[in-house]
Each structure stands twice: as structure tokens, then as C-alpha cells.
Design a protein around this ligand. Structure first.
Ligand code: FE2
Length: 303
């Protein structure tokens, strides 16, 4: 496997522009129905057995496919990229009725995962995590399609640009889950939150369901507001996710997530084809620890 040829890349400049404006875009992939069958069977196996994903050759086949690396390079405007995260098959299992209504789900689930500034996002290479959700079965709206508030990523990152101290900006991008107020006192981030920045409060906005066909990929910037959604179908939503960052960009993770990456990556790397091993870095000098404490006072302004 060599690099993915730019000329047949099914990820257009227009789709990249959508990612930049809206923070999310669903794109096609080159996987054949047979390849998707193999990937879905691996997903089923891993869910059934609870086995380690890196020990399943069909899972490895997906992770190391050059297409994802090529998409990440284009998203991040980078010459070279590597994995930041991507540990396990992801499931959104069917929920049992009675179902919560949409407003309640959004009010409960709406959050951001990555904290970064708009300057980080607009840099070349982009200092952002490129999150690729690879769908192994169809994702209609009622099968737990992710809800996203298009464009919110820009407002939120502009806000971080305005309020964070230079010292704290130097510690981005980082995984730091935040949500609009009210934040439960039991949440690790409490009392940090994403303040309302537009006329309509975030929790009263209507998010968009990002539906997809089997074999498509959701390219997500999770610095914007989004939410998991209940699956009202009878079958699970099946995904494999990888997250990428440009070479040379330092990334923050809470201690437990950083520990997981440090344990998982060498094992994953040992299973990759030699000409694909570069997608998993051999060291961790790019990965710093960034916890919920000590708090940054700029992140919990009083209303
Ligand atoms: Fe999230």
C-alpha cells in the first residue's frame, strides 16, 4: 500500500469548504461492498467477543487504509499526519421506548470535545483533530444519526481566541469536553462551560441529523456543538472511528485517555504493514497531559 492517489480522491474541495464553514461533512469512500462486508463482520466479531481490535486483521485493514490518511492530510492541510486516537469499534445500540423528545436530547447531550482557537483552526497545518467516522451500516436519522449544529465550531473557537490567555492558548488543541450551562456539578468540567454567543441560546437551537449511507465517512470538527442521539431503530449503528493530527502539532489529552493511547499505539503499530507504520508514531512527545484541574478561569465566566 502506497499513498492514496490525489487524482481519484473522492473528497472534493467543495466538501473541504463545507467542513471549514459547517464543521462537518459526509463524504464517499472507495471501499467496495466486499470490503465493507469484511469490515462489518470484524465489527460484529469484536462486539461479540470483546476482543482486542488490533488483533483482528480485518479491523487493521480498515485503520491502515491509505484513504483515511489522505483525507486527514487534506482536512488538516498537512504534508504528513498520524493517528491521535482511534481505539475501538463504536456502537450506538437501539434504545428502549419511551424515547426522549428531540429538545430534551439536545439539551442533555450537546457538547464540544476539542478546545482550540480559530487561529489554530485556520493555521497551516491546521491545529485540530480530524475525526473520521466510518459508517459500516446505513445511518438514517432514526438510527442514532449524530446531531450537529453547523457553524457553531467557528463561533466557539472565535470565543476561545478572544478570552484565553496566551499561556493557555499554547496548550491547545486539547480534548476538553465542555457544554453550555447548566453544567451538572458532578461533571468533571464544572463550572466550565461554552457560553451562549448568539441571539438564540445553544440549547434552543435545532441541530442537523448527519445521515449517511453505508461506506460513507463523517468528517467532524468536534470543537463545534454536537450530540449523540438515541437509536430508535431495531439494529445498532455501527462505526469505526479514527482521529488524526498533523505531524509536529502537540495535542492534549486527559490523563486516562493519554494513558490509553500510550498503551494501545505500540500494539497497533506492531500490526501494521511496514509501509503503513508511519500512521502511528513510535513516541509520545507530541501528546501532553491536559486535565480538568487546575481550571482555567477564562472558561467559566459568570453570566
Ligand atoms: Fe462528542
Amino acid at each position: 500500500m502506497k499513498s492514496y492517489p490525489e487524482s481519484i480522491m473522492p473528497f472534493t474541495d467543495g466538501q473541504l469548504a463545507q467542513y471549514e464553514e459547517q464543521g462537518a461533512v459526509t463524504i464517499d469512500t472507495p471501499f467496495t461492498p466486499e470490503e465493507l462486508d469484511r469490515a462489518e463482520a470484524a465489527w460484529d466479531r469484536l462486539k461479540q467477543t470483546g476482543g482486542k481490535p488490533y488483533e483482528d486483521p480485518d479491523f487493521i485493514e480498515v485503520v491502515q487504509h491509505p484513504y483515511f490518511e489522505a483525507v486527514a492530510k487534506k482536512v488538516l492541510r498537512a504534508q504528513a499526519v498520524h493517528l491521535w486516537w482511534g481505539l475501538a469499534p463504536h456502537e450506538r445500540a437501539p434504545a428502549s421506548p419511551p424515547y426522549a423528545d428531540s429538545q430534551d436530547q439536545w439539551a442533555r447531550g450537546c457538547h464540544t470535545d476539542i478546545q482550540a482557537t480559530i487561529e489554530d483552526f485556520e493555521a497551516t497545518p491546521r491545529r485540530m483533530r480530524a475525526e473520521l467516522w466510518f459508517w459500516l451500516n446505513d445511518v438514517p436519522a432514526n438510527r442514532g444519526a449524530m446531531r450537529i449544529l453547523p457553524g457553531s465550531h467557528r463561533h466557539v473557537m472565535e470565543y476561545w481566541d478572544q478570552v484565553l490567555t496566551p499561556e493557555h492558548k499554547a496548550m491547545l488543541p486539547r480534548v476538553h469536553g465542555l457544554r453550555p450551562a447548566p453544567v451538572p456539578e458532578t461533571a468533571p468540567a464544572f463550572p466550565e462551560h461554552v457560553p451562549d454567543l448568539r441571539e438564540t441560546p445553544w440549547l434552543e437551537c435545532e441541530p442537523t441529523p448527519f445521515v449517511a449511507r453505508r461506506g460513507q465517512v463523517l468528517v467532524l470538527c468536534s470543537a463545534g456543538l454536537h450530540s449523540a442521539w438515541q437509536n430508535e431503530d431495531t439494529v445498532p449503528r455501527k462505526a469505526m472511528g479514527t482521529s488524526w493530527v498533523a505531524d509536529g502539532v502537540s495535542c492534549g489529552l486527559p490523563k486516562n485517555q493519554r494513558d490509553a493511547v500510550i498503551e494501545f499505539f505500540p500494539q497497533l503499530r506492531s500490526k501494521l504493514c511496514p509501509d503503513r507504520a508511519h500512521i502511528v508514531p513510535p513516541d509520545f512527545d507530541w501528546l501532553f497531559e491536559s486535565n480538568y484541574d487546575p481550571k482555567w478561569p477564562e472558561t467559566f465566566p459568570q453570566p
